[in-house]
Design a protein around this ligand. Structure first.
Ligand SMILES: C[S@@+](CC[C@H](N)C(=O)[O-])C[C@H]1O[C@@H](n2cnc3c(N)ncnc32)[C@H](O)[C@@H]1O
Length: 290
């Protein structure tokens, strides 16, 4: 689970889709009914999982800007979205290098891929047409308090709604439990708050912090749990998490880390034998001014 490889994003996408809060999806659909053509800005889009999850739910005419700083992930998004559309009987047409049009009788999606650094390039976004909906999935636990405050102010200027999903909430529960689970979780949560390119990250505090910022700006905010509930058949995702977390803990826990290696080995053994279940807490947030 090092960085954000396309393989890691592919592995987590089904678990993310299953975890999303149905109550917030219902609120999003009700909000959508009040808008005709919809313009969406997806922050940290990776290969486009947010679009794949939401496009059918939102339906109709949509313009999406998929924004990420990783050109390889954006290139993969182009291929993955084309395949996604063709599997659903839609036509897919390129318009220049960065724009893809997907359509069928009932839906028209215009997808623009933007390679931008969210830490530096907000000015370039200001020049674009204002989005009505800002989305992000598995992003805001990486950012700082200052960055979130800038995001909240910018959304308020645009009068945009926000759907910000799958922000880690700090909770991890393994079954069966082991003695060092809590010790590892504490190191993971410390690692969550290290700098991920935006200054000190908020980690598990990000979603409640954003909710508070938006309420102060007169938004109506809904914050709901969206945990991953992983069973024996999710062994690949459990293993990727175990590897990533072990690495994160090793990175910052003072050595020697024999206890950590033992813990990791036992956990891997349980996963391989089909005896491991894991839940990881997240928050989903929807906010609008209407
Ligand atoms: C955990 S991934 C989530 C990707 C996608 N939203 C999903 O749910 O599959 C975080 C994404 O944020 C992007 N990202 C991280 N820092 C960024 C920055 N400074 N500017 C733009 N994108 C960034 C990464 O490249 C990655 O695609």
């Amino acid at each position: 689970m090092s960085g954000f490889s396309a393989e890691w994003l592919r592995l987590r996408e089904p678990a993310d889709a299953a975890a999303r809060s149905p109550a917030l999806t219902a609120r999003l659909i009700a909000w959508r009914r009040r808008h005709d053509a919809l313009s969406v800005l997806d922050l940290g889009s990776g290969t486009g999982s947010n679009f794949r999850c939401l496009a059918r739910v939102l339906g109709g005419k949509q313009r999406w800007r998929l924004l990420d700083h990783d050109p390889a992930l954006l290139a993969r998004a182009g291929e993955a979205l084309r395949q996604w559309a063709v599997r659903r009987g839609m036509t897919a047409t390129d318009e220049g290098d960065e724009t893809l049009i997907l359509e069928d009788d009932a839906n028209h999606y215009r997808l623009e891929r933007l390679c931008l650094d969210l830490n530096e390039d907000w000015a370039r976004l200001a020049a674009a047409p204002n989005p009505r909906l800002i989305t992000a999935s598995a992003l805001i636990d990486l950012v700082s308090a200052d960055w979130l405050a800038r995001l909240a102010r910018r959304c308020r200027q645009w009068r945009a709604a926000l759907l910000i999903v799958l922000s880690y909430d700090g909770s991890i529960a393994w079954e069966p439990a082991m003695e060092d689970d809590e010790r590892v979780r504490e190191w993971i949560n410390r690692h969550q708050c290290t700098d991920k390119g935006f200054g000190s990250a908020l980690g598990p505090d990000a979603a409640p912090t954003l909710a508070d910022l938006l309420e102060r700006l007169d938004y109506r905010v809904d914050l709901r749990p969206s945990p991953w509930l992983l069973a024996a058949q999710d062994a690949a995702l459990q293993t990727a998490l175990l590897d990533g977390w072990t690495e994160a803990a090793r990175h910052i826990a003072p050595g020697p880390n024999i206890w950590l290696d033992d813990w990791s080995r036992h956990r891997r053994d349980l996963i391989e034998r089909g005896h491991s279940r894991l839940s990881v807490g997240h928050w989903d947030l929807f906010a609008s001014l209407e």
